[in-house]
Design a protein around this ligand. Structure first.
Ligand SMILES: [Zn+2]
Length: 420
């Protein structure tokens, strides 16, 4: 085997002439001097169009590529500029790397695969790059993957949601396909302008094919959907409705806890202080679905029922609302109206307020049940996106976070370089 063929295989490059290989003993890296083959031609780095030579640019450049064994490897080549008809003087395209990237395509692919498979530490240590660099790499990988697939093909039933990131200071608007469970679109921001961008990308014809849209009940979403997808049935996300009930319950629990603590301050210590503590720890017992309670949590709940009937009533109200979503449609209609009546008379402010909110969204709640929008699926995608926002902390731009989410949940996960 000729050594040129061997080296081309080892470096994983195509349409590339390898001029020489040298081991740099000072830096302990391998450097391959390369150039594109004549057939690769002189093309614009941005649009790949054949373009005439312009100037030498900034001289020679290096691209980091995959290690060989334990040795870091670089490709080194001239980076002249060509004069593109559209883009003007632009650095020439090279067959081994994306435009303006400091890493080769195979390096990028491996980083993208690792970022969807293992921990932050594993990626940065193995590839010897900073987490921010990982962010830049997956952003450009996703930009290319995105062009290859039609994400919106056959889209009919979608869920729209907002996800907070940067410790809750920033938001993404995300769109999920209810039928495939895939994340189809995400963008920074949570307002009408952001959501309009999604419908712009979808195009008028496909907007008309959307049959169902579920959302968390926010007015800005409802308004845009009414305008851009007028044919769609608007549904509430059961996941969010149940969350409202959990929040109302938590408010009641906090009130009870504060009251018990107040009693401690008034020196009726002893029983009151124990009561306050126990209430604080009752949180998970109250939050969890009854079928998932541990024995201890069940005991805690029994204790709440005995010692704090008001809090226990709030708990039953939360559970009652959750159960509505597990009923067949006709029973659900009746159960929801009964629940509304019950909550209206319950004399617990948080649930009286919740009941008003439920009335406002009654139609969309019942639509979700009637059309069988799977709550579990939305919730699981939601949970996964939230995990990703935590992993993505430290990326410079929301685009990197979006790229990581799309590569993970968009249905087109990266593959390792050189594999089918
Ligand atoms: Zn161009």
């Amino acid at each position: 085997m000729r050594s040129v063929t061997l080296w081309r295989a080892l470096l994983g490059v195509q349409k590339t002439v390898i001029e020489s290989i040298e081991y740099d003993e000072d830096e302990q890296v391998l450097v391959a001097q390369v150039r594109p083959t004549r057939r690769a031609g002189s093309r614009c780095g941005r649009c790949q169009r054949r373009s005439p030579w312009y100037d030498r640019g900034e001289g020679r450049r290096r691209w980091r590529t995959l290690d060989l064994g334990t040795v870091p490897v670089y490709l080194e080549a001239d980076a002249p500029r060509v004069n593109c008809r559209t883009h003007g003087p632009t650095v020439r395209a090279v067959p081994w790397a994306r435009h303006a990237a400091g890493h080769t395509t195979v390096f990028d692919e491996q980083v993208a695969w690792l970022a969807t498979q293992c921990s932050k530490t594993a990626v940065t240590e193995l590839m010897r790059i900073a987490w921010r660099t990982v962010g830049a790499i997956i952003t450009r990988v996703w930009a290319d993957v995105e062009k290859l697939h039609d994400r919106f093909a056959g889209l009919k039933r979608i869920g729209i949601d907002e996800i907070s990131y940067k410790r809750g200071h920033r938001y993404l608007t995300v769109v999920v396909d209810h039928d495939s469970g895939r994340l189809v679109w995400a963008a920074p921001g949570r307002d009408k302008a952001t959501l309009n961008l999604f419908f712009d990308a979808l195009g008028e014809q496909r907007c008309a094919q959307i049959t169902h849209v579920s959302a968390d009940g926010a007015d800005w979403i409802a308004d845009v959907v009414a305008e851009r997808a007028p044919n769609a049935v608007r549904c509430a996300d059961p996941f969010h409705i149940v969350k409202w009930a959990t929040e109302a319950l938590d408010e009641v629990r906090r009130q009870a806890w504060n009251q018990a603590r107040g009693a401690v301050n008034q020196r009726r210590a002893g029983r009151a202080s124990g009561h306050a503590k126990a209430l604080k720890h009752a949180r998970y017992a109250l939050w969890k679905n009854p079928e998932n309670l541990t024995d201890r949590q069940q005991a805690k709940l029994a204790w709440v029922a005995k010692t704090d009937p008001r809090l226990h009533r709030a708990y039953l109200l939360k559970e009652g609302l959750r159960l509505v979503f597990q009923l067949p449609y006709d029973q659900a209609v009746e159960a929801l109206d009964r629940w509304i009546g019950w909550a209206r008379r319950c004399r617990i402010q948080a649930f009286v307020d919740l009941q008003r909110r439920i009335i406002k969204h009654r139609d969309s709640i019942l639509a979700a049940i009637e059309h069988g929008l799977s709550n579990g699926r939305i919730e699981s995608v939601n949970t996964k996106i939230r995990l990703i926002t935590r992993v993505a902390f430290g990326f410079r731009s929301p685009e990197a976070l979006i790229a990581l989410a799309m590569l993970n949940l968009g249905g087109h996960r990266p593959t390792l370089p050189g594999r089918k």
